[in-house]
Design a protein. Structure first.
Length: 176
C-alpha cells in the first residue's frame, strides 16, 4: 500500500511544476516563517528535485539570525550538522560538511511523500526520520503540497508529525 502511494505521489509531484510550484513554495515559506519565527533552532532538510522547497525558509531563518542545522546520513542515522557548506551525500542530497552537533533543535522539518489525517507521513522508505524523531523532544513539521494528503494505515514504528504545512495552510495534529 505505502509503495503504491509513493509511486503515485512521486508522479504527481513531478508534474506540479513551474509557476504553480514556485507560488506554492513561497506560500509554504511565508506560513512557516510566520508560525515559527519565535523559535531559535531548526533542523531542516535540503530539498532536492520536486520536494517542497526549503531554500526560502532557510534564507528567512538565516536573515533572522536563527540557528539552522541540516541532516547528514551517517550509517542508518541522521546527524545534526550546522547549516553551511555542503556536498552531495547519501541519495544525491546536499548534506552539510563539518562536525555533527550534540543538540536537539526546537523545530525539525521533514520531507514527505504523503501525510494522512492523523499526521503520519510516508517518506522514502529508509526510516531515517522515524529513527531520528522517535526519542526527540522537538516540534515535528512536515512540508509538502496540498495534494500529498492521503489516507493510509500507519505502521507501529512510524512517528507522527505535529504539523503539516502546505500552500493551503497549516494543519495541526492533536495527540492524546
Amino acid at each position: 500500500m505505502k509503495e503504491e502511494i509513493r509511486k503515485k505521489l512521486k508522479i504527481k509531484r513531478r508534474y506540479f511544476a513551474g509557476v504553480r510550484r514556485e507560488e506554492a513554495d513561497k506560500a509554504i515559506a511565508e506560513e512557516f516563517l510566520l508560525a515559527f519565527g519565535g523559535y531559535e533552532s531548526f533542523f531542516i532538510y535540503n530539498a532536492k528535485g520536486d520536494e517542497a522547497g526549503t531554500r526560502l525558509i532557510t534564507e528567512g531563518l538565516a536573515a533572522a539570525g536563527k540557528k539552522i542545522y541540516a541532516p547528514r546520513v551517517e550509517g542508518k542515522n541522521l546527524a545534526v550538522v550546522p547549516f553551511g557548506e555542503c556536498s552531495v551525500g547519501a541519495f544525491g542530497v546536499e548534506e552539510p560538511l563539518g562536525a555533527a552537533a550534540d543538540i536537539v533543535p526546537q523545530v525539525t522539518v521533514v520531507p514527505l511523500l504523503a501525510v494522512n489525517p492523523r499526521g503520519y507521513r510516508i517518506g522514502y522508505g529508509g526510516g531515517y526520520y522515524d529513527r531520528f524523531l522517535a526519542d526527540k523532544p522537538t516540534l515535528k513539521v512536515g512540508l509538502g503540497y496540498g495534494f500529498q494528503t492521503e489516507e493510509f494505515q500507519e505502521d507501529v514504528w512510524d512517528v507522527p508529525l505535529d504539523i503539516f504545512i502546505c500552500e493551503r495552510g497549516i494543519y495541526r495534529f492533536e495527540r492524546e
